[in-house]
Design a protein. Structure first.
Length: 151
């Protein structure tokens, strides 16, 4: 089944439903978010999060025949921002991923150099604006518009 396919997302939600029950009812984690195969748990205690991480990994191995990714599963302070569902999420605000900003800047530069047409830039911008609307990105969007207007 191809990654990104709607059926793979659907089956991931069904298969990981047991994980949801484990985290919410056995571990009693109050702040737990999951989107397909990515999840975040918030707690004040780093030690508690480390304990839960080990318990979740054991549960996944024993019950679902899965493992946490060793490089992507980490306990970090919320003040550093959590990379989740396409954004860098902080306590009171949400920022765009840096690589997505670089990509749109590249498209704008290609347009300004005449390498892509206005319609190609417009297509990219429509998607990017729909994505960036969910972040605290007003100033960034205005700066990007100024770069386009210079041409």
């Amino acid at each position: 089944m191809p990654l990104g396919n709607l059926t793979s997302q659907f089956f991931a939600n069904i298969y990981l439903n047991k994980l949801d029950y484990f985290v919410k009812h056995k571990l009693k984690a109050k702040y737990y978010l999951r989107y397909v195969d990515d999840f975040v748990i918030l707690h004040r205690s780093k030690e508690q999060l480390e304990t839960w991480k080990n318990q979740i990994n054991e549960f996944l191995i024993n019950e679902l025949k899965l493992e946490l990714h060793p490089d992507k599963s980490k306990v970090i302070p919320l003040s550093r921002g959590i990379d989740f569902v396409g954004f860098r999420n902080f306590y009171h605000f949400r920022l765009l991923r840096r690589r997505n900003i670089r990509k749109i800047l590249l498209k704008i530069n290609e347009f300004n150099k005449g390498e892509i047409s206005e319609s190609q830039l417009s297509e990219s911008l429509q998607g990017w604006c729909a994505y960036s609307r969910w972040a605290n990105s007003f100033n960034l969007t205005m700066k990007l518009c100024q770069k386009i207007a210079k041409k």
